[in-house]
Design a protein around this ligand. Structure first.
Ligand code: HEC
Length: 133
């Protein structure tokens, strides 16, 4: 859904923004929501459109980006280098976003999902530096 293929990321973000302002009827001007450095905001604005297809239940990765508790447990049990609060840019999480290795990079090139913008990466780095609120 819809008939001519899934919504692209821009349309999905518009849909999230429309729901966030209470799904008004009629013509409304929708400003895309700016991501804030909190899990709830990042989940709606970035993870939902670019990551969750693979990082949620039923996906190929056991590291979920729609469930903060899973994220915290996964980080402490499976990869202690995933988040570095002191040097956030050194976090494996961030390295995956900037990698140009087609195997390492997230989202993977073969997924056809556009890479994170510089602004999106910066807000994620800020979120990590604050301890993943
Ligand atoms: C097309 C599917 C797909 C998409 C989309 C995707 N990932 Fe992944 N990701 C995977 C798979 C599969 C793995 C596990 C294999 C690996 O480590 O490369 C993984 C691994 C990771 C890891 C490493 C976890 C660890 O154990 O160290 C991080 C971090 C990550 N992804 C972040 C993201 C983020 C952030 C996004 C969105 C911006 C994203 N991924 C989008 C499939 C995806």
């Amino acid at each position: 859904m819809p008939k001519d293929g899934p919504l692209n990321n821009e349309l999905k973000q518009k849909l999230f923004s429309w729901i966030a302002i209470g799904a008004p009827r009629g013509d409304v001007v929708i400003e895309p929501i700016k991501p804030e450095p909190t899990f709830n905001s990042l989940e709606k604005t970035i993870f939902a459109t670019k990551c969750i297809r693979c990082h949620s239940e039923g996906g190929p990765s056991p590291f979920y980006l729609n469930d903060r508790q899973n994220l915290m447990v996964y980080a402490s049990v499976f990869n202690p280098f995933l988040f570095d609060f002191e040097f956030p840019e050194e976090s494996d999480f961030v390295k995956r976003l900037v990698s140009d290795d087609p195997i390492e990079q997230m989202p993977p090139e073969r997924s056809g999902i556009s890479p994170l913008t510089k602004e999106e990466r910066e807000i994620i780095i800020e979120w990590i530096s604050k301890g993943l609120p």
